[in-house]
Design a protein around this ligand. Structure first.
Ligand code: HEM
Length: 138
């Protein structure tokens, strides 16, 4: 992966971090707008479960973003994560929907700073991450 891509993703993620819980909120709203059928996959019945889920998402994204410079170490982590997602009833096509919700969230969170370069960089990074997860799992 190109260093400029990594830098753009890492810098823009830093800007989203302070609004992580808002971002998580936007993310799930967008995700369930795009595909309401995904709702039952998440444990919304438990109080605070979505907050926790949002934290998981941001923590994992954070770890992945931080690890981009060392893809060799990141790949086995993503493979395991992809396999666990089969147990969560996640299907390959869901990755595209989650990617769209993620990009929409970044756009809402970053405003003018969500430039076409930033968008392209995140598309590359999410595509690489989900590609490894899908390949390992299905
Ligand atoms: C790059 C893509 C993704 C990342 C980084 C990611 C990250 C995570 C993490 C860190 C967890 C916590 C559990 C664990 O570590 O096994 C998790 C759980 C989960 N993810 Fe993902 N995920 C991704 C894609 C998706 C997609 C495409 C879906 C489809 C809707 C999805 C749905 C879920 C569900 C349903 C759970 C379990 C919820 C629960 O029982 O708490 N994820 N994800």
């Amino acid at each position: 992966m190109e260093q400029t891509t990594i830098n753009l993703v890492q810098e823009s993620f830093e800007k989203v971090k302070p609004i992580a819980s808002t971002a998580a909120d936007i993310f799930y709203t967008k995700l369930f707008e795009l595909d309401p059928a995904l709702k039952p996959l998440f444990p919304t019945d438990k109080a605070g479960a979505m907050v926790e889920q949002g934290n998981k998402l941001m923590t994992m994204l954070g770890a992945a973003v931080a690890g981009l410079s060392n893809m060799d170490a990141l790949i086995p982590v993503l493979k395991g994560l992809g396999k666990r997602h089969v147990d969560y009833k996640v299907e390959p096509s869901h990755y595209e929907t989650v990617g769209a919700a993620l990009l929409g969230t970044l756009e809402a969170g970053l405003g003018d700073e969500f430039t076409s370069e930033v968008k392209e960089a995140w598309t590359t990074v999410y595509g690489a991450m989900s590609g490894v997860m899908i390949e390992a799992a299905y």
